[in-house]
Design a protein around this ligand. Structure first.
Ligand code: AHR
Length: 323
């Protein structure tokens, strides 16, 4: 990972501030209650709703006066929401940045305002902003690893001669879309019997996933593997496949990431092969990390979330706890 030239980048993003070093991240006093900002990026899928709920459920036990907003799928609105939280004097910011680059100014402005900031579930451009310098830490999964595990399962379970793969990508410019693609594509590239014939963004949304799949099916009617960067797009793809008489789970392998209730049901129904977990339940972890930080502990730059893999072997066991 490259390191940025600190002052140059801050000026480029319109921030007039002395840029910090790792030793002088904004401190956090130990208090009974904290005003905490959680600017959610959108609420159009179960994953996002579960994540926001996890913060709401944690608020009382962690002493948070929680301010949440919904940017409705707009990175610009999410930046404005952070600005508004800074103006309201929040003590701590937990930010899930919708896209890697557009949210950089929000990170820098929170930093300049002396607000300890933790990136949650997604990250910003690592070549421009770093944990331990511009923000305290990143709390989240290893998205590259998730993509690689999805690819490993695909290679191990595909029983045809040649895999013809369509990939439905998440939001363009977001860290999970970039990393899940890299992890999957790199592993698939090592297998001569597998070809990714098309890769297109479906914005992590069910409807968009269905529409993109409908279009791609016209160009690639012989597809026999669909890899979606999240469950919502995978469910949309299943709908598109069924519309043209394909049988997901029989003549098309559907592979995905998240572990939502609908995905686990699709696995139980035999329509989806695997969903690599990406947990949205960040509230308790955020509380723990914030409490450690306020106590003066040094926080690891990446507080890594370990993920499980859901298949026909264990989907029924986990569906009641799913969201
Ligand atoms: O950042 C995590 C991803 O964002 C989840 O996989 C997706 O469902 C959500 O919108």
């Amino acid at each position: 990972m490259k390191r940025r030239i600190l002052m140059g980048t801050a000026i480029a993003f319109g921030i007039v501030a002395t840029v910090a070093s790792a030793q002088d991240l904004p401190p956090l006093q130990q208090k009974d209650t904290y005003t905490v900002g959680f600017p959610q990026m959108e609420s159009n899928n179960p994953w996002r709703i579960a994540e926001t709920q996890s913060f709401v459920d944690t608020a009382e036990t962690c002493g948070w006066n929680l301010i949440t907003t919904d940017a409705a799928g707009s990175a610009a609105k999410q930046v404005a929401d952070v600005d508004s939280m800074i103006a309201q004097g929040i003590d701590v910011l937990f930010l899930p940045p919708r896209e890697e680059k557009p949210l950089l100014p929000a990170v820098f402005r929170a930093r300049a305002a002396g607000i300890p900031t933790f990136l949650v579930d997604r990250s910003v451009d690592p070549e421009v902003a770093q944990a331990g310098v511009d923000y305290v830490a990143f709390l989240g999964s290893d998205f590259v690893e998730q993509g690689r595990r999805a690819a490993e399962w695909t290679v191990a379970n595909f029983d045809g001669e040649a895999g013809i793969i369509v990939e439905l990508e998440g939001t363009t410019g977001s860290s999970p879309a970039n990393d899940r693609r890299q992890g999957f594509d790199d592993f698939i590239a090592q297998h001569d019997n597998m070809t990714i014939v098309a890769s297109q963004a479906g914005d992590f949304a069910r409807d968009k996933g269905r529409q993109v799949m409908e279009t791609l099916l016209q160009a690639h009617p012989d597809v026999n593997i669909v890899y979606a960067h999240n469950d919502e797009m995978a469910i949309g793809a299943i709908q598109a496949l069924e519309l043209v008489g394909r049988v997901p789970g029989e003549d098309v392998l559907v592979i995905s990431i998240d572990g939502t209730r609908d995905a686990l049901q699709a696995i139980i129904d035999g329509k989806m092969g695997v969903s690599v977990e990406s947990s949205p339940f960040f509230g308790p972890l955020a509380c723990d990390v914030m409490t450690r930080y306020a106590a003066g502990e040094e926080i690891e730059p990446w507080v890594k979330v370990e993920d499980r893999v859901f298949t026909i072997e264990n989907a029924a066991e986990h569906i009641d706890a799913a969201y």
